[in-house]
Design a protein around this ligand. Sequence first.
Ligand code: MN
Length: 250
Amino acid sequence: MAILLTNDDGIHSEGLLALIKKLKDIDELVVVAPDSDRSSIAHAITLRRPLRLNRVSDLVLLDGCEEVYTCDGTPVDCVILGVSEVLKGKEVRAIVSGINRGLNLGIDIIYSGTVAAAMEGALLGITSVAISADSSDKTIFEEAASFIKDFLPELLKKGLPGHTFLNINYPRNPRGIKFTRQGYRVYSGRVLRYEDPWGRSCYWISGDVIEKLEYESDIWAVSNGYISITPLHVDLTNHDCLNSLREWFM
Ligand code: MN
């Protein structure tokens, strides 16, 4: 039995190291993380080329954690290979994805590789948690990792419904916990055009954040200094609209 750790910021991320340091006290750990930053890659799976797993041997860097692998694929690839290859035949007690450098609020959930890795865990029937932190303060990763160390054993006692996982966002100096719903945070989709040295156009997708502080949303909680915990599931159906469509067209 082991806890599988992954992330989307890559193996060298401070947030991942903070999780390793804290969670090794509560269970055996296996780490499978991308070999470089794969942020904003969402739920992508590598199908058109083979993947490599490389075992990391720098045990000092990884605080004595021995089962650490990098993968040249996406965060979701890491979860799939972690469960079906590295931990083959073993029970995976939980998957923790993070700690992401930067919050994952509102529509970020759709783009985030951190969140997608936890979603893949939920699809595989494993208790899974994504955790992201306000990255403007270096000590925050340690704090957020301590929080997970205390929270995860309690969560495992209770369990989660099928195909459901948690998206946790950790602000600076939190003053408590709020259980929240996904809020409204989208991006303006600004595209910046540049010229390369040969005079050809190239583009940089950017965007300004547009958000609403709706009561009890993830954005509201973090803006008010609370740790936000949002239960998410993989069913994206708009049930109200489904009922309307049935009324209109049947
Ligand atoms: Mn990231």
